[in-house]
Design a protein around this ligand. Structure first.
Ligand code: TMP
Length: 238
């Protein structure tokens, strides 16, 4: 049984611990939720357990499609064993429907379909508020090499295709999502972090009800119920 040894990092929603494996870390999912770069804070009951379970199902689905990720195994209801990676300081976003910051910035009605998936990069830097950048900015900032940027874009578009299909099967529209990549000790670029209702917009296909963190960001209520609903539907997949 792999045990958490020393906490080496605490983020807004997760903690990272060393363990007896040199090439791996244990990721602990917390109930803390923040929005607007940490300005709004709360606890969402059971969120850690729900996101751990949801992320587990998604990482396993991505592995079936040969997408490389940091995920190794789920240890208990809040902890995942993952390969140690150096996070590439980019927030990689795909938008299938226009919502959130893009709807606001360009004055487009939320829910407008994108003619093709929109690929966005943000520079992962809390002091700057994670500003929107392009690939040339990412290269100039030294965030990633040209080759890494190409790998990241290709993997991200593949992940989008897998996730659109997965969520379609359970009656959910994958509106948009944010992912992060890391480099393993042996130099491979892999999907890292988490994929959960904290990091995606999920709308019910029939009712368009929001089943993600927008319920918290926008004070819509029933946040935990929405996350439960996502896990319940994912659990019906074989
Ligand atoms: P946005 O519309 O606010 O730019 O968000 C795009 C997607 O990224 C959405 O699915 C929510 C997710 N996201 C995060 O995971 N972390 C963040 O800090 C932000 C702002 C968005």
């Amino acid at each position: 049984m792999m045990e958490k040894l020393q906490m080496i990092y605490e983020g807004k929603a997760k903690q990272l611990y060393t363990c007896e494996r040199e090439d791996a870390l244990i990721i602990h999912y917390k109930d803390d939720a923040t929005a607007f770069n940490g300005v709004k804070k709360a606890q969402i009951e059971h969120k850690g357990e729900l996101n751990n379970a949801i992320s587990t199902i998604i990482f396993n689905a991505l592995h079936k499609h040969d997408i490389p990720t940091h995920y190794i195994e789920t240890l208990n209801n809040r902890d995942q064993l993952c390969h140690k990676v150096k996070i590439i300081p980019l927030e990689v976003i795909i938008r299938n429907l226009i919502a959130g910051s893009m709807a606001k910035r360009l004055d487009i009605k939320e829910g407008t379909p994108a003619p093709r998936p929109i690929y966005e990069l943000c520079y992962k830097n809390d002091d700057l508020g994670d500003p929107l950048i392009n690939e040339d900015h990412a290269f100039a900032l030294g965030a990633a090499s040209e080759e890494d940027l190409a790998t990241i874009k290709k993997l991200t578009l593949e992940i989008n295709r897998v996730l659109i299909d997965l969520f379609d099967k359970i009656g959910i529209i994958l509106v948009d999502f944010k992912i992060e990549f890391g480099r393993t000790l042996d130099g491979r670029i892999v999907l890292a972090d988490e994929i959960s209702p904290d990091t995606c917009r999920f709308w019910d296909k029939e009712t368009r009800k929001k089943l993600d963190k927008d319920r918290f960001r926008r004070d819509l209520g029933n946040v935990e119920d929405a996350y439960q609903e996502i896990l319940k539907r994912l659990s019906t997949l074989k």
